[in-house]
Design a protein around this ligand. Structure first.
Ligand code: GLY
Length: 568
């Protein structure tokens, strides 16, 4: 019996290697398709190999959820900066029958976590402690989330969905130029934060086309293929995580792992004009912010103002300022904090928030507080529709690029640094400059507040758009702008995704604008109104699918990265 238990994953992996579709064999350099128009099905992800895995699963008879599970595991191998098994995420599902679901597989604070664990004895925040190293990680949720999604909606066998990832980890794959640069930039941090030299570090500089082989990760994935969620949360993998914690004084215990559970939540659904939006409720702030932003602009003639006009940017930024003040004041894990969801998403309340909006003048963030109610920025998103009309929108993360940079010895995967999404102290900014208070304070077993905004949008009762993006607190504003670009400014999806983006989050009191996104003249005019406008690097990497007028699907992968669309 114990012999069988020991060797089952190896036997399963061997069997599956023999039957796997083999579609991940994509020649290097990868031919990256940014836009695809397809009759039946589309997959858009952050990496061409993950896109090809998703398509192969669909070709094999899998549905959109099967493809999503396979893509999640494949990204954990080929896109280590955000793809993960050591992190968490959210899935929005809409079936061909119109049934909707929201899956929360967000990380949780370990049972031994405390509200002040990221403060020193004088009450000062120790920022690095929540961002790097052994204390930065919440209990990972990804494997349980995929297990739950598959149990509820999957059609192919679990093992078939994990196997492409095993193969990519075991045999390796060639890294892109962007990945080579990122891995090289992080080499010292990986060495400092890991007990042994991880596969992500090599002595010479990483080059495009180098092979990344992750044998230990392949073994971990084989345990997951063989034993399902238990292959991660109990037994060998769990012991490796606990050993890492014990060696370095970390908090995640065997019990934290074995008791982790993802949660099916009621999706946050609302209308904007003729669109019906299905989004994530808390512990993500994303759905509420999107609801508020669309509600705040609905009464204004955005289209007449024009794309990236001063009036349009001013209106949208002022809406963002107000919504992010609500985020800071009212939002947190609903299992621990009474989030006033009904009031925050109420039309009259949302309109009242814009009562002091002045179309000619900026409002000071200091003068705006959360409404009075009776309450390197990395992540990755993928969007999938299958030939039957099921749609899946997933945003998943380690939080920062490569998370805590702690690679679990013997298990080969990176742990998240999601603890930084909590408020280390009321008013203290996190990695994204976002502030929060009691609603989002650290507590044992609590999930940190997120901004991830995976969405599915229907029009006239049929799926119309599947969309999402990484980008920390900029996520809801990027999704907001994609919807505005298509629904208000009538842009084709490729232009809507390519268009420059901007972001305001109440504090800091600035509009961040992607370098070159708006003209000097518009920036000067916004400045004259009282806005502080600060150029910055890329905002988000949107992966979106849109139903075209003729009923076909258009998939668009963001040109800001190696993101790839595919379909048939
Ligand atoms: N870690 C980024 C987010 O969840 O919003």
């Amino acid at each position: 019996m114990s012999f069988l238990r020991k060797y089952l994953p190896v036997l399963v992996a061997f069997f599956l290697f023999c039957t796997v579709v083999g579609a991940q064999i994509v020649p290097f350099p990868y031919e990256i398709q940014k836009t695809v128009v397809a009759d039946s099905a589309v997959v858009v992800t952050a990496h061409p190999l993950a896109t090809s895995v998703g398509l192969a699963i669909l070709h094999k008879g899998g549905n959109a959820v099967d493809a999503a599970v396979a893509v999640q595991f494949a990204l954990a191998v080929v896109y280590p900066q955000a793809g993960n098994i050591g992190g968490g995420g959210f899935m929005i599902y809409r079936g061909k029958d119109g049934q909707t679901a929201a899956l929360d597989y967000r990380e949780k604070a370990p049972a031994a976590a405390t509200e002040t664990m990221f403060q020193d004895s004088a009450g000062n925040v120790i920022a690095v402690k929540s961002r790097l190293g052994i204390f930065a990680s919440g209990v990972p949720g990804t494997v349980d989330g995929m297990w739950e999604a598959h149990r509820k909606y999957g059609r192919l066998s679990w093992g078939e969905l994990v196997t492409p990832a095993i193969e990519l980890a075991e045999k390796g794959f060639q890294i892109t130029e962007q990945e080579a640069k990122n891995l090289h930039a992080e080499r010292y941090t990986f060495v400092r934060q890991s007990s042994v030299m991880p596969a992500f570090v090599k002595l010479e500089e990483w080059q495009a086309g180098d092979w990344l082989i992750q044998k230990e990760l392949a073994q971990t994935l084989a345990r997951i293929a063989g034993y399902g969620r238990d292959g991660f949360y109990t037994g060998g993998t769990a012991m490796l995580i606990v050993n890492e914690m014990t060696k370095r004084g970390g908090l995640i215990s065997y019990e934290d792992l074995s008791t982790y559970k993802s949660v099916w939540r009621t999706p946050l659904e609302f209308d904007y004009k003729d669109l019906h939006i299905i989004a994530m409720p808390p512990p993500s702030s994303g759905g509420i912010i999107l609801r508020q932003l669309l509600g705040m602009i609905e009464g204004y003639p955005l289209k007449t103002y024009g794309f990236h006009s001063v009036q349009a940017i001013h209106l949208m930024a002022e809406a963002e300022r107000r919504s992010y003040a609500d985020r800071a004041g009212h939002m947190g894990d609903p299992d621990f904090w009474k989030v006033p969801l009904k009031q925050l998403t109420d039309t009259a309340y949302i309109r009242s928030r814009m009562a002091d909006f002045d179309p000619a003048k900026v409002s000071a963030s200091a003068g705006i507080q959360a409404g009075k109610v009776k309450e390197s920025e990395e992540t990755t998103h993928f969007s999938i529709v299958d030939a039957e009309g099921n749609a899946v929108s997933v945003t998943t993360t380690l939080n920062d690029s490569y998370g805590s940079r702690v690679v679990v010895t013997g298990a080969g995967f990176i742990l998240n640094n999601e603890m930084d999404d909590f408020s280390a102290k009321p008013g203290a900014p996190n990695l994204y400059g976002a502030v929060g208070g009691k609603a989002n304070a650290v507590a044992p077993g609590k999930r940190p507040l997120s901004s991830m905004t995976p969405c599915i949008i229907t029009r006239k009762g049929v799926a119309w758009m599947v969309v999402g993006t990484p980008g920390g607190t900029t996520i809801p504003t990027s999704v907001f702008q994609i919807i505005a670009n298509v629904a208000e400014f009538d842009m084709p999806l490729p232009d809507a995704v390519k268009a420059g983006r901007f972001h305001h989050q109440w504090k800091p009191d600035k509009i961040f604008v992607e370098e070159g996104a708006v003209s000097e003249e518009i920036m000067n005019q916004l400045g004259a109104m009282g806005h502080i406008v600060e150029p910055r690097g890329p905002i988000g990497r949107v992966e979106a699918i849109l139903r075209l007028g003729d009923g076909r699907w258009q998939g668009v992968a963001d040109s800001r990265g190696d993101d790839a669309a595919g379909g048939y």
